[in-house]
Design a protein around this ligand. Structure first.
Ligand code: ZN
Length: 286
């Protein structure tokens, strides 16, 4: 199932058309995507599998799609999860996942314009896993069962505030308004031939700057879920940004940061792409 949010309403997407979950179920299922994830995700999947073609009666305007999980309770993000990116950042691959948060207010939809804050804003294309059931102490071999679906994300990062201080702290620098775009849809794991091996690409102004496959990750999606759920419960709708491949701007020579009028496209095989444009910093003498 390809699950999306169109004009604020939960939809199931097929090709370029969508079925409105609440209307097509005669209001047996809620219109709110968070209510669906929290209370009836298995029912939605079962119901969607039996939908007729006629139910897909709404054209999908990609620009009208919102974040497929608009109000996650917890957002986890993982640093240095691809060996080439760990190397370019000057680190040996970690033995334990390096986890920080993107505060949930930064989560947005797939097509957005982001006002650049002061500093140096960088890109990080990432696979994002959304949790589909309350999960605590799950083993790695059962962890895919906890996943509602996969989506594309950008872990936008302001490097000056991220790297200042000893030790550095990541979470605030990665949580400016609009710094967590996600979408275009949430794709259930059964839709992929192999959900552990997806091509992932980041393009800046049409040129590929990041490119890898998710099987390169040091900690796979199920391993991350097992390790996180060994510590704390995961809830339906929680998001996990799983780390970025090599090719971020601050490791280029010379470094390249996002400027006004840049366009970033982030793409993952089998899911789709998200698109961000950037505007100049808001002038203020804060
Ligand atoms: Zn990241």
């Amino acid at each position: 199932m390809r699950f999306g949010v169109l004009d604020g309403r939960a939809v199931v997407v097929k090709g370029d058309r969508a079925a409105d979950v609440a209307a097509a179920s005669r209001w047996l299922l809620p219109r709110d995507p968070m209510a669906l994830l929290q209370d009836c995700w298995p029912r939605v999947r079962e119901w969607a599998a039996g939908l007729s073609e006629a139910a897909y009666d709404t054209p999908v305007d990609p620009v009208a799609l919102g974040a497929p999980v608009p109000r996650p309770r917890q957002v986890f993000a993982v640093a240095l999860n691809y060996p080439p990116h760990a190397a370019e950042a000057g680190f040996t691959p970690p033995d334990e996942p390096l986890v920080f948060t993107k505060f949930p207010s930064c989560i947005t939809g797939p097509h957005t314009t982001v006002a650049l804050p002061a500093g140096k804003v960088d890109w990080e294309v990432e696979l994002v896993a959304a949790i589909g059931r309350e999960t605590y102490l799950v083993s790695e071999d059962r962890a895919w069962e906890a996943v509602a679906g996969l989506t594309v994300g950008q872990d936008l990062s302001e490097r000056v505030s991220q790297l200042q201080g000893k030790p550095a702290q990541f979470s605030l620098a990665k949580s400016f308004p609009g710094f967590g775009p996600t979408g275009p849809v949430l794709v259930t794991p059964d839709e992929f031939d192999d959900p552990d091996d997806l091509e992932i690409t980041g393009l800046l102004n049409g040129k590929a700057v990041q490119h890898d496959r998710t099987k390169s990750m040091i900690f796979s999606v199920p391993e991350l879920i097992a390790r996180l759920s060994a510590v704390l419960p995961l809830f339906p709708g929680d998001l996990i940004f799983t780390g970025t491949p090599a090719g971020v701007g601050n490791r280029m020579d010379p470094p390249r940061y996002l400027t006004a009028d840049d366009e970033l496209v982030s793409r993952i095989e089998g899911i789709g792409e998200i698109r961000q444009r950037f505007t100049a910093p808001k002038t203020s003498d804060r």
